[in-house]
Design a protein around this ligand. Structure first.
Ligand code: AMP
Ligand code: ZN
Length: 496
């Protein structure tokens, strides 16, 4: 039997996974920032960790899965400076910051449910852990790794680097980093440009702020994950995950805070998921190429040809290893839709086999089946290689289809081999990959229905029947769907 090995980005090698306190496993994943909608790139990262969580549970581990909510405001600049995005979004939408938090947290949960991601076992928020964050800062000041200036507190990277190596996760070097930051402004307060904020003093008009020993202010972003991971999983725990773009500075700073305060770096295994690109460019709000999950499902986006079921998108993600970049395009989506259908059909067929005409002995085909089934676990044990596991499932589905079509006779396989095939198809497709048959989802149907309504409205407008066209628009609005007449004459819709 194979054993789970994971690629540990901290040590840059594949390592046997040995939890600290088996059968318990502590898993911490950096959660979403909740000042805007999650895009499909975020969904790739969170569904990858959902697969990892599901597989660990499938192996029999009792996983405590902590995924935080970043709700205390987030500064644009990677060194903890710049604009507070929560604040700007609250102003833009004329809402209280905590209304922004609530709105986008609820939205995030809906997206996760839609994509069949199992909720974490603990979902702590940064604003719910301000006291603990203050405590960790006090600890760091006391140990000489942080200093206060004008009501703000910074982490002293150089002082830390004398005791522990800073940059071990990202492979960066302190002197080079300092040289790289030299020209940037906004660092007058800091001893060194590389130092990062643990606590920032707030001006009176700053909308999210708390009382601290250093005056009114708010915590730096990196701190919340050090605090919440160690609070719920211990000063040393098993796995820490997040997107590759968080490796530096976020995770590097987390390790420094943990070692500075607790003498140990928190997680023993670091797993990083790679980015989702669209037409070769990283999907990101700032590039304007981010597609919202709902737009994927309805197909209501100029870059998409039609809607795709959440399971199709999940399946597309699983066809590429989580640590490789993934570029999505229409062809990939269409192929994923066909591939998922083939596997789900095979699952249904294999579960329906009722023959009793099995071979009493193990046959050579039966042995091949056993090898393919065992291979699913071997592949998953090899750093969660979903792509190779899917290849095995396709081979099994070919055998299933041949049994169904009569090209292979039932007495060519043993009962054990058939049962193993039934179990394996169900275990990996449903339990580990979290996929659903396409028919159970709304794949494109909503988009199709909306197009019918939009066409009826356009026809009514053409006949100057404004009563009908207005009624369609108003009734959809009451149902939470907004129609928008575009400049080119087309009509799009969005959810209110
Ligand atoms: P955010 O809410 O933007 O802080 O991001 C939440 C998670 O999504 C983080 O782990 C990011 O690394 C990840 N993420 C952001 N953009 C992408 C992308 N294009 N592809 C995959 N993951 C992403
Ligand atoms: Zn984090």
């Amino acid at each position: 039997m194979s054993e789970l090995h994971v690629y540990n980005t901290l040590n840059r090698k594949k390592e046997k996974f040995e939890p600290l306190h088996p059968p318990h496993v502590g898993l911490y994943v950096c959660g979403p920032t909740v000042y805007s909608d999650a895009h499909i790139g975020n969904v790739r990262t969170f569904t990858s960790f959902d697969m990892i969580y599901r597989y660990l549970s499938f192996l029999g581990y009792k996983v405590r899965y902590v995924r935080n909510i970043t709700d205390a405001g987030h500064l644009t600049n990677e060194r903890g400076e710049g604009v507070n995005r929560m604040e700007s979004q609250a102003k833009l939408e004329s809402l209280e910051p905590m209304e922004i938090v609530q709105k986008y947290t609820v939205g995030f949960h809906q997206v996760m449910e839609l994509f069949n991601a199992v909720p974490p076992t603990i979902e702590p928020t940064a604003t719910g852990h301000i006291l603990e964050q203050i405590q960790m800062i006090e600890e760091l000041i006391q140990k000489g790794f942080a200093y206060e200036v004008n009501g703000s507190v910074y982490f002293d990277v150089k002082a830390y680097n004398e005791k522990f190596p800073y940059g071990e996760l990202s492979g960066r070097n302190v002197d080079e980093l300092i040289a790289g930051y030299r020209d940037l402004d906004g660092q007058e307060e800091k001893r060194n440009s590389i130092d990062f904020a643990l606590w920032k003093a707030a001006s009176p008009e700053h909308i999210m702020q708390w009382k601290s020993p250093w005056g009114q202010g708010f915590p730096g972003w990196h701190l919340e994950c050090s605090v919440m991971s160690t609070k719920y999983l211990g000063e040393q725990f098993d796995i820490h995950g997040g997107g590759m773009d968080l490796k530096f500075p976020h995770h590097e700073c987390e390790i420094a805070q943990n070692k500075g305060a607790c003498n140990q770096g928190g997680a023993r295994y670091w797993l990083h998921t790679n980015m989702l690109n669209f037409n070769g460019q990283k999907m990101s709000k700032s590039f304007g190429n981010s597609i919202l999950p709902m737009e994927f499902i309805t197909g209501n986006h100029p870059l998409l040809d039609k809607g795709y079921a959440p399971s199709v998108v999940r399946f597309l993600f699983l066809q590429t290893h989580y640590s490789s970049e993934l570029d999505i395009n229409i062809k990939g989506l269409q192929d994923a839709e066909k591939g998922l259908k083939r596997l789900m059909d095979a699952l249904q067929v294999v579960q329906g086999f009722a023959s009793t005409d099995f071979n009493k002995e193990e046959t050579s085909l039966g042995k091949d089946i056993q090898v393919l089934c065992a291979g699913c676990k071997e592949n998953m044990d090899d750093d969660f290689n979903t792509a190779k596991t899917i290849a095995n499932l396709f081979e099994l589905s070919t055998i299933i289809n041949s049994l169904k079509g009569g090209q292979i006779k039932f007495h060519e396989v043993s009962k054990e081999a058939l049962q193993r095939m039934q179990e394996t198809m169900n275990d990996y497709l449903i339990k580990v990959f979290g996929l659903k048959p396409i028919e159970e989802t709304t794949s494109g149907k909503l988009g199709d229905i909306m197009q019918v309504l939009i066409d009826i409205r356009s026809e009514a407008k053409g006949k100057k029947d404004f009563a009908t066209s207005d009624a369609i628009r108003n009734k959809l609005q009451a149902a939470g769907i907004q129609l928008k007449d575009e400049k080119d004459g087309s009509v799009s819709f969005s959810f209110l």
